[in-house]
Design a protein around this ligand. Structure first.
Ligand code: TXA
Ligand code: MG
Length: 315
């Protein structure tokens, strides 16, 4: 069921059941992070392997301190700048956080979402919400309540509808090792903005398997339709006998009917492109095409995170 009833959502969550929640990045599948029962349900509903840990969500830094041992100085600087927002920090967990949440890691991923409905909900709860993206494991993340309903509607009692996600890409995940700051997942806060606050960081590149951040699995965020990245003009020529859809940054490809074409941002705006990406991928994936062709964006700003998702979709 889809609705806007925060009280109802609280009641369900207090019962150790699941509610899909809106955030500014993507919709999350929320459950009481301190309850192994609720957390087990999350893994089950998503068909998610237990080695892939969950992010916990809360509404204030004071509450974060109840769940983590320490917050390194550079983490504090980032928190002050970007929380609430599309930033997830990996921090040493306190025992109160079940090992199931972190897949046995001593670090827990923490985020304060920048969405009024989510913050209101979180402020009323006595526990943090564990919330992975509300999609079956490996598929495209949902950016509307309807996306969640299409795939998980039968498995969860309630979907809180907070409209379309404003950012449209998952959060940027940042970890701290000694003096080094490491970006484990490029996301809604561009690397340049992080570096502007704390200096240069190490960005983990595209890897096939990375035990520290399974969200870095090479094939992820993937539509069911065959997905190829490259120069659309060349690929459209190569596959001209096929039923093809296109995702472009700014350009209209006249060879393709407009209903099979997603232009992420005609004006070349990275934020607008990010907002349109996942809904566009889902839309084309629903057309029963032979192939989806996508072009990469310039490798800067949110273009880096968008390219990361496109590459994984094609892997
Ligand atoms: O924007 C977001 O981050 C969304 C919204 C709902 O908040 N959540 C999200 O969660 O994208 P999920 O589960 O789809 O991706 C979380 C990523 C996973 O790749 C996971 O491996 C990584 O965070 N992660 C979580 N806890 C971790 C930990 N303790 N150490 C390393 N990586 C962790
Ligand atoms: Mg996910």
């Amino acid at each position: 069921m889809i609705g806007k009833d925060i009280k109802k959502a609280i009641e369900i969550l207090n019962n150790e059941q699941l509610v899909a929640i809106p955030t500014e990045t993507v919709y999350g599948l929320g459950g009481n992070a301190l309850s192994t029962k609720a957390v087990t349900e999350i893994f089950k509903a998503k068909n998610r392997p237990s080695f892939d840990p969950l992010i916990i969500h809360t509404d204030s830094l004071e509450k974060v301190r109840k769940y983590v041992e320490t917050i390194p100085e550079k983490a504090m600087l980032l928190a002050r700048e970007f929380m609430p927002g599309s930033l997830t920090l990996l921090l040493p967990k306190k025992d109160i956080i079940p090992d199931l949440v972190t897949s046995g890691s001593s670090l827990v991923a923490v985020r304060l979402p920048k969405h009024s409905m989510a913050l209101e909900l979180l402020s009323e709860l006595d526990f943090p919400l564990a919330a992975p993206s509300a999609n079956p494991f490996g598929y495209i993340s949902p950016t509307t309540a309807q996306h969640v309903s299409n795939q998980l509607g039968k498995k969860i009692p309630y979907i809180l509808d907070g409209g379309s996600c404003e950012v449209g890409l998952e959060s940027t995940i940042v970890g701290f090792e000694g003096d080094e700051v490491i970006i484990f997942r490029k996301g809604g806060i561009a690397v340049e903005r992080i570096e502007a606050v704390i200096g240069s960081v190490k960005v983990l590149t595209h890897s096939t398997s990375n035990p520290k951040a399974p969200g870095q699995l090479k094939s992820h965020y993937a539509p069911r339709t065959t997905f190829k990245i490259g120069n659309p003009t060349m690929l459209l020529d190569q596959y001209k006998r096929k039923n093809v859809g296109v995702i472009s940054f700014t350009k209209n490809y006249e060879q393709v009917p407009s209903e099979k074409q997603i232009i992420l941002s005609e004006s070349g705006d990275f934020s607008e492109a990010a907002r349109n990406l996942f809904a566009g991928m889902r839309y084309l994936d629903g057309l029963d095409l032979d192939l989806i062709i996508a072009e990469l964006l310039p490798e800067r700003d949110l273009g880096r995170a968008i390219n990361d998702r496109l590459k994984r979709a094609a892997a």
